[in-house]
Design a protein around this ligand. Sequence first.
Ligand SMILES: [Zn+2]
Ligand SMILES: [Zn+2]
Length: 125
Amino acid sequence: MKIKIDRNGRDLGRIIAVYTFNKYYGKNLRSSAQVHHIDGNETNNNNTNLVICQSKEYHNLLHVRTMALRETGDVHKRKCWVCKNYDDIVNLKYDKGEIYHHTNCFKTYMHTYNKNRKNKGAKHE
Ligand SMILES: [Zn+2]
Ligand SMILES: [Zn+2]
């Protein structure tokens, strides 16, 4: 199952989740806070299924960890965005927002990218 990460935080699932949270805890969430659904089901707004994230980054991290646990059994593994394989963080380079790559994968990727750009440019000459 694919987990959707709220980018603008404006989808209906979040609005209902925030409403449920406010009602249950009797306080208002900061606008930067996001609601995470533990089971990945955004329509399950039972208070036991909700985790409040104080930032988008933390929310993203929860999704990354959940995926890593599901795919590798280890929350500390991270996925290389180039080859799509999971590996230990020590073998990966950090980009940003919990995005990692293998140094060699990235080199290959950039090599192909530059080659394609050159080819495209040649066509237009
Ligand atoms: Zn979430
Ligand atoms: Zn890789």
